[in-house]
Design a binder for this molecule. Structure first.
Ligand SMILES: [Zn+2]
Length: 230
């Protein structure tokens, strides 16, 4: 395996095989390593300049491939929704929809062996349900705040897939983001994150006054928020 160090610090790793191909071919793998085949006429210098020129394409293609790979490793037997685990049942039907009931996630599809597609159908149902839940909890928090005499800025909750935080609040813009991964946690845990972000409208840092505010408005804050793990 060889490496090309780019001026910006990124590293392209590649394996070179000499083959009687017309000029040069390359294939990108999910591990980020580029498999290059080139005829013996093509110099290593030329190959490395070419790969360096296409660095952005190589990195984004490798990222797409590894995302696809992690999806196929996904467990499609069970889904987590609001702190409970539901088995997935695939039912042959052309409705092409996933429906969650009290006991199971039913996926109606004629493409039952297409894992990526099944994952998408399930995710769509979870995402819709989670958006509805967040809108409902948003209304609940706002009602409770105004009943206690406080007026929060108009807030629409944006749901995002975030890597390292459960929520965020741009208090000067009146904008709250909630991590979509919270859909797997209990309803009260989701509520605790929404309360946390609302509290930042009045207390920008995590001071004792911030937690006192939370405990006043949502006394079970710690009980439910402590369930969160990254
Ligand atoms: Zn915070």
């Amino acid at each position: 395996m060889k490496e090309i160090k780019l001026p910006d610090g990124r590293i392209i790793r590649y394996e070179l095989t000499r083959k009687p191909v017309a000029n040069i071919n390359f294939r990108i793998k999910a591990d980020g390593v580029v498999r290059v085949s080139a005829s013996s006429r093509v110099t290593v210098g030329y190959i490395e300049r070419l790969l360096a020129q296409r660095a952005d394409y190589i990195f984004s293609a490798a990222e797409r491939l590894s995302e696809r790979e992690s999806r196929s490793e996904l467990n499609l037997d069970r889904v987590n929704w609001l702190g409970k685990e539901y088995p997935v049942r695939i039912i042959r039907s052309s409705r092409e929809v996933a429906v969650l009931d009290e006991t199971e996630m039913r996926v109606f599809t004629i493409r039952g062996d297409d894992r990526e597609y099944l994952f998408e159908l399930i995710q769509r149902t979870i995402a819709d349900g989670f958006a509805t839940l967040c809108a409902e909890l948003n209304g609940q928090v706002r009602r409770e705040l105004s009943e206690s005499g406080l007026t929060p800025p108009p807030t629409r909750i944006a749901i995002k897939d975030m890597r390292s935080r459960w929520g965020s609040c741009s208090y000067n813009k009146g904008h709250i983001s909630i991590n979509s991964r919270l859909a797997a946690y209990p309803r009260e845990t989701v509520l605790s994150v929404i309360w946390h972000e609302y509290a930042h409208y009045w207390h920008h840092d995590h001071s004792p006054a911030f937690y006192a505010f939370l405990e006043r408005h949502f006394p079970e804050y710690h009980k439910w928020n402590d369930k969160l793990k990254f």
